[in-house]
Design a protein around this ligand. Sequence first.
Ligand code: 13P
Length: 256
Amino acid sequence: VSKIVVANWKMNGDINKIVQDLDYFLKHPQVNRENTILALPLPFLGLANTKLNTTQDVHLKLASQDASRFNGFGAYTGETSATMLKEMGISYVIIGHSERRNALAEGDDVLISKLTNVAMSEMIPIYCIGEDKEARSLGSYKKVLTSQLETLLKLVEFIEDNNIRLRRLLVAYEPIWSIGTGVIPTLENIIEVNLLIKAFMQKYLPRVKIDTLYGGSVSAANAKDILDCADIDGVLVGGASLIASDFAVICDVASI
Ligand code: 13P
């Protein structure tokens, strides 16, 4: 089964790198496929979209790393709305990444607005959850993760009240202590959380197609073990997605 691979470049890259990496990805059929999603920095999404639109046989999808909590258009200096992202040809938007929850203090209200805006623009949210080191060592991680999943209940309420159709949602489990550290949970731990997410979604969003991802120090070396885990639909890759050849290896493993 072909699995999903999302590249999260975070605040990295420049025009040269975008052009070079896209050329490299487009030449590699394992990377250039429907299930590869590139979350590039916002200023480069237009360039990437133009490049992909003017090239033949493109299957790659683009994601934004964020969308504004405000919707449509308006006097919100510096913000980029889901409406604008949709018009740019973006298919997916990352919401709830721990770096934004923490460094930018994004709480429930902000996340709910962003999720509903993305859903209204008919894009697919990639909703991230993850516990910190303390919650993991204290054993309270399931409680933390469940409460982060509960944020989605407000989205459910909103789409039901407003007759919005949410076709699909990606949920990424990214333990904070694993991001950028080279340390990954045991496969049993990953599977346990994956089951928790799937059970929650089955209960509260039975009509939405849910795909689950694991993220946190995914590399060319460990991707196969993670992607081989039953019921895990893909990976969200940070650092390793910046090395085109490593990213190609991960996509290769995911396409078997
Ligand atoms: P790393 O793969 O660099 O650990 O980052 C993971 C991540 O935060 C992806 O969103």
